[in-house]
Ligand binder design. Structure first.
Ligand SMILES: [Zn+2]
Length: 267
């Protein structure tokens, strides 16, 4: 009992005369471990750790991981009508952009902006294939854009449409396994899709329609980085379509996409 009591005054013995509180030490404390190795906090930690052992030269730190956001559609119509091979060496061609479901392109773009904001706040870099209407590329260009940015993940953002107005819910499309096209990104894409689908469903409360493997998506087959496509809901369902057009719901979707992407990248 006496021994315990003697430990108690430690807090009080902190030197008040320095004017420093225990929460603001005079210099950074070395040796802390942080979850995000690219964050400024680790940079401080590394500098500190390095300086304790070396000559004060500051280490270069790997840049933050980059998430490539690809808001669907929004292509200039003359370009959208052009075709392109669905995969490297394929004789099968598809149009670059059929335009999507009415109202989809602006909703996808709005969700992408909100997702970008969250990811940047959390310390990630973000690249977007398009930031307005009138995109001049196809799906090969979208994939290549994410490839050259060495994205940790490409997230294609879309919304669904159906003749059946009762259909609603969220699903995530993933590249099906095909040697030479998707074998390099298959496993990572699947892991990312699971994380993002779960997080979007959790944030929105929307119906979980699960994952859907696709062999025919140009934007997957040309990707060299993990790639997924989130169908964020049905524009054609009266209730869900209305929600998707509201800023509040777009933010929920964005929170889910960001949380899922971060969970995937941190793993
Ligand atoms: Zn679409």
């Amino acid at each position: 009992m006496g021994q315990h009591a003697s430990l108690a005054p430690r807090r009080a013995s902190f030197p008040k005369a320095t004017g420093l509180s225990e929460r603001s030490p005079a210099r950074p404390v070395c040796g802390g471990r942080y979850h995000r190795p690219w964050s400024r906090r680790l940079r401080l930690d590394q500098r500190c750790d390095f300086a304790t052992r070396h000559t004060g030269v500051v280490l270069a730190v790997a840049p933050a991981p980059l998430v490539c956001l690809d808001p669907g559609h929004g292509t200039a119509p003359a370009i959208g009508r052009q075709t392109e091979p669905i995969g490297p060496g394929s004789s099968l061609r598809k149009i670059k952009d059929g335009g999507g479901t009415p109202g989809e392109a602006p909703v996808a773009l709005a969700i992408a902006f909100r997702t970008r904001e969250i990811l940047r706040r959390d310390g990630y870099r973000v690249a977007m294939t398009r930031t307005r209407d009138g995109y001049t590329g196809g799906n090969i260009a979208r994939a290549r854009f994410c490839n050259v940015h060495h994205a940790a993940l490409m997230v294609r953002i879309h919304a669904d449409g159906s003749q059946d107005r009762a259909q609603h819910g969220v699903k995530t499309l993933v590249p099906a396994l095909r040697r030479g096209w998707t074998d390099d990104i298959y496993a990572g894409s699947l892991r990312a899709a699971r994380a993002v689908q779960a997080a979007v469903v959790r944030q929105t409360g929307a119906l979980d329609l699960g994952l859907v493997p696709r062999t025919d998506l140009t934007g997957f087959n040309w990707a060299d980085v993990p790639a997924i496509l989130v169908e964020t809901g049905f524009m054609t369902n009266p209730a869900e379509g209305r929600l998707l057009r509201t800023l509040a719901y777009q933010l929920k979707v964005a929170r889910g996409i960001a949380a899922g992407a971060e969970a995937f990248i941190k793993r």
